[in-house]
Design a binder for this molecule. Structure first.
Ligand code: ADP
Ligand code: NA
Length: 330
């Protein structure tokens, strides 16, 4: 049987992935290339739904792509590409926008959260239609599965609704994707504010571990991570969110179950434990940073890899759009 096709994207909105992106998304993507026919894209069209500086966008798209390869995505095994390199995304998005009701779009709760940052009337129409572009990203490739966090489930539902609506109105065209919650999605929290998600929009850079950061600052951030006034290394999310987060990180990076780590650090206080967490982070990130830097310094090679991805993605996208155009009456 053919491998299920999976599609996922990441926004080029920062100069590096952080540990949450790595453990919660990219590492899963790497694992899925063994079991899935995987399409992974750097979603630069999504990035411009909020004001973006052109040079920063260009740079961040390349850095994101280079990091994906550096983290272990194999351009021969997976289709890794930049969304704007495949014109069919915007073309299909328009067709789907015309199938979406105003009320239906307005029900997407993520818009409300994101638009709240600008004030709803100042937010772009692009931000409003973001989930429909996402539906186009998925349907274009006839994806069977979409790995999602809980906050994205509503968007996959919309994708299914739009795919189904198109199929009913114009004839069977799209595969309806299933949301798929990867087994070990790690919820990594902010080192300075351990009850909040580690996020590039965190208030303090001290709370975020960036994949491309140097060992010195990485070690310092882990050593200064907020814990609590106690001294026991215990997994207790409610009373020890900081220590629990560090245990989750250490466990995810070393493959050691949390109870084994708790046993190892019994009676040792936080110092030794934090030092080991810092080393695990540095050991994981340093080779990724080195491979990323190497790829970024070889523009031709990165262009070549992205052209392979764009070509493979376009082949599928063109096929889907040819059917769509015909069915719609273009
Ligand atoms: P951010 O929250 O920093 O803006 P994104 O929303 O761009 O990051 O997330 C890209 C991917 O990384 C998503 O699949 C998301 O689920 C995952 N991710 C982001 N932050 C975390 C986190 N703190 N823990 C686990 N996964 C995360
Ligand atoms: Na986010």
């Amino acid at each position: 049987m053919a491998r299920p096709r999976v599609l996922s994207g990441i926004q080029p909105t920062a100069d590096s992935f952080h540990l949450g992106n790595y453990l919660g998304a990219v590492r899963q993507w790497v694992a899925m290339q063994e079991t899935h026919d995987a399409f992974y894209c750097v979603v630069d069209l999504h990035a411009i739904t909020v004001p973006t500086e052109p040079d920063a966008l260009r740079r961040r798209s390349r850095v994101a792509a280079a990091q994906l390869f550096a983290c272990g995505l194999d351009p021969e095994q997976s289709t890794v590409f930049v969304q704007s390199h495949v014109r069919e995304h915007t073309e299909l998005a328009w067709v789907l926008i015309c199938l979406t009701g105003m009320g239906e779009a307005a029900r997407m709760t993520q818009f409300k959260d994101k638009a709240a940052k600008f004030g709803e009337s100042a937010a772009s129409v692009g931000l409003f239609t973001y989930p429909i572009l996402q539906a186009a990203d998925i349907l274009l490739y006839q994806a069977n599965q979409v790995p999602v966090g809980v906050d994205q489930k509503q968007h996959v539902e919309l994708t299914r609704d739009l795919g189904q609506r198109f199929n009913h109105r114009f004839g069977e065209t799209f595969t309806l994707p299933e949301p798929f919650i990867p087994k070990e999605v790690e919820k990594i929290t902010d080192l300075q504010n351990p009850t909040a998600k580690m996020s590039k929009s965190s208030s303090s850079p001290a709370g975020i571990l960036d994949v491309l950061e140097q060992p010195g600052p990485l070690r310092k951030k882990v050593m200064r991570a907020v814990t609590d006034t106690g001294s026991e290394v215990l997994f207790d999310e409610e009373n020890k969110p900081g220590v629990s987060n560090l245990l989750r990180i250490q466990s995810a990076l070393t493959g050691t179950p949390i109870p084994d780590l708790v046993a190892r650090y019994e009676g040792q206080g936080y110092g030794t434990f934090k030092k080991d967490v810092a080393e695990a982070v540095v050991e994981t990130f340093a080779p990724i940073r080195e491979r990323t830097e190497k790829l970024l310094s070889d523009e031709k090679e990165l262009d070549r890899l992205l052209a392979i991805g764009a070509e493979r993605a376009s082949e599928v996208a063109r096929r889907t759009m040819a059917t769509v155009r015909e069915r719609v009456g273009f």
